[in-house]
Design a protein around this ligand. Structure first.
Ligand SMILES: C[S@@+](CC[C@H](N)C(=O)[O-])C[C@H]1O[C@@H](n2cnc3c(N)ncnc32)[C@H](O)[C@@H]1O
Length: 241
């Protein structure tokens, strides 16, 4: 396996700060809009009742925090959500979206590190991470932090890119991910390293079985990994033991 890219917090935060203005647009374009469905699916897996305090780790521009507050035919929204990220520019855009949605009283966005979460032990009912965990320098530390902040029985939902294992599709996906995505990303964001970093960070992230073991070791139970869209993305779900 190739060696993982440099994930020192300053480098990662700087990279996301640099691409922040184009981040949402690139997400929609590069995933052909499917990313919205992946996030909605993650929120549905939490089986919210309307009373929960949610914690969205690596919240970025707050798409998942907003989705948790949206509710809809599949269930009520979380009562409130705390979003945490260490990239100030991503959070600023998130704050604007939260205000525009009239959610400023229910969604708080704060600067912080996934490896040292700004929340008390057992203080939240549900934790989400969407396309953030592979960027964290020590994912096992972040998983232990998520377990610490969750109340016993609280639910976890993590979305992360995977590598599809279907012949033909895998070859196409690898080509798209290695050649097309970095070029489009570079052209739209004007940032050289960020969209080459993406395939590198996905290729070196632990495969589902290994990541499930990390969650179990961190104190989670009922750990599952469900492939979405042919395994392009995995939804990891678990409960705090
Ligand atoms: C690919 S973006 C995902 C944003 C958002 N969750 C979404 O679904 O669009 C990854 C985010 O994780 C944040 N991040 C990465 N490592 C982090 C860490 N250790 N602590 C806090 N935020 C982190 C980055 O700043 C970035 O905003």
């Amino acid at each position: 396996m190739a060696s993982p890219p440099d994930k020192t917090p300053d480098r990662i935060a700087g990279m996301f700060d640099a691409i922040a203005p184009r981040y949402d647009l690139l997400n929609r374009v590069l995933s052909a809009g499917i990313d919205k469905r992946w996030r909605a699916r993650a929120i549905r897996s939490l089986q919210l009742t309307g009373r929960e305090t949610g914690l969205d780790v690596c919240t970025g521009t707050a798409d998942v925090a907003l989705e948790a507050r949206r509710g809809g035919p599949s269930g009520p929204p979380a009562a409130r959500v705390l979003g945490v990220d260490f990239a100030g520019a991503m959070l600023s855009l998130g704050k604007r979206k939260v205000e525009a949605a009239g959610e400023a009283g229910r969604i708080a966005l704060v600067r912080g590190d996934a490896m040292n979460l700004p929340a008390r032990d057992g203080s939240v009912d549900a934790v989400t991470v969407s396309f953030g965990i592979r960027n964290v320098q020590r994912p096992e530390v972040a998983c232990a932090e998520m377990a610490r902040t969750l109340r016993p029985g609280g639910r976890l939902a993590i979305l992360e890119f995977g590598v599809p294992r279907i012949p033909g599709l895998s070859a196409f996906y690898l080509w798209y991910f290695t050649y097309v995505l970095p070029r489009v990303g570079r052209a739209v964001s004007g940032h050289n390293a960020a969209y080459s970093y993406r395939p590198a960070s996905v290729g070196t992230f632990p495969p589902p079985r290994e990541f499930m073991s990390i969650l179990t070791a961190a104190g989670f139970t009922d750990v599952r990994a469900d492939p979405l869209t042919f395994g392009i993305v995995y939804l990891y779900t678990a409960r705090k033991a």
